[in-house]
Design a protein around this ligand. Sequence first.
Ligand SMILES: Cc1cc2nc3c(=O)[nH]c(=O)nc-3n(C[C@H](O)[C@H](O)[C@H](O)COP(=O)(O)O)c2cc1C
Length: 408
Amino acid sequence: MSKIVPQKKIRILLGVCGGIAAYKSADLVRRLKERDFDVRVIMTESAAEFITPMTLQAVSGYSVHDALFDREAEAAMGHIELAKWADWILIAPATANTIAKLSVGICDDLLSTVVVASSAKCFIAPAMNQQMWASSVTQENISKLVSRDCHVLGPASGEQACGDVGFGRMLEPLEIAEQLVDYQQGQGSNSLPSNGLAGKRVLITAGPTVEAIDPVRFISNHSSGKMGYALAKAAQKQGAHVTLVSGPVNLTTPYAVDKVDVISAQDMLSAVKNRLVGCDIFIGCAAVADYTPVDVATQKIKKNDNDMQLTLKKNADIISWVAAQSKKPFVVGFAAESENLQQFAKSKLERKKLDMICANDISEPSLGFNSDNNRILILDKKGVQLQLPAASKEKIASDIIQQVSDRL
Ligand SMILES: Cc1cc2nc3c(=O)[nH]c(=O)nc-3n(C[C@H](O)[C@H](O)[C@H](O)COP(=O)(O)O)c2cc1C
């Protein structure tokens, strides 16, 4: 009979810093333990202003470590033992202050000393005011940590404790725990999400647009939005700040993605114009209507015995507008073609001055529009061609995002 070897639990040392989101740390410990991680907690001095060591001790089941110069702790589990004990170190919430200290190796408290003294994989879940997060000094510090193989989780966008709105909120404890489980399951394979887009701003359009004819009728198309939503999720997983400008679809907004709902092509153009400043990557995945009715009837058009003519005017080309800006981001387009895929995609890439184009063949009913799967041919402006074989839109999205990240 084969012997069952019990799997060793992964030991996570959770570093809690002094930010408002520290109140979520107790829940985070619980979520990690539910997923069978062994969790010990270190708190910074400031963290104790936001949550008591007693709470974290009760939920983790271990005494909480908070002082570097503690004779009793050094005799039992001192800073070097803690550093060796950890398989992973997770800092959540990570303050701008602690991120700055870690980026240059300052060791002036227990948490920073243990991180530098440890060879454990380090995960950082930043939490701070949106301006603190956007500041160039924090972004430089984060980039340094990413270049040293720290994995940054989030932050998310939304309303903040101070009343500001923007990126800087800590990911929810459940999301952090799930991302660590994903990481654990991908360990040893090439499927680990890289952190190549950490701090980058990505703007994605998705879904169809709807062009009104009268209050009840419209012109639209079969786009489900699945590809654009999968791209938003994949970019967020690589650490990007993602804004998704979406036409009407029936999909759940991916976690930590900032979504802007629009209806018409004109709305979508305005939303993109308002959000392009500071954007590093633009992905135009929406199926934007090329034409829209010249006049929209204010009352329902009544049927009569005659035929009817609808006069359409051309909509602005959103992706061409983005690519024509003097400070333009890396621009990725999509081409849904029913014939001459490679030739039409190449001409669109050149005509619209894109950096990369993803072409899919819509003549195959099992792929593309409305389907959960896709097959993509990637072309870039340097003439590189790459065929991504048919796969789920999630897989295709993560491959496309990786290709974009490699080209930045
Ligand atoms: C009410 C209050 C809330 C704060 N929230 C945050 C925060 O969310 N993120 C952050 O980076 N700093 C925040 N700070 C500032 C940090 O507490 C301060 O920079 C401290 O030195 C961080 O110490 P630590 O990194 O050792 O935990 C806050 C300060 C106060 C007074």
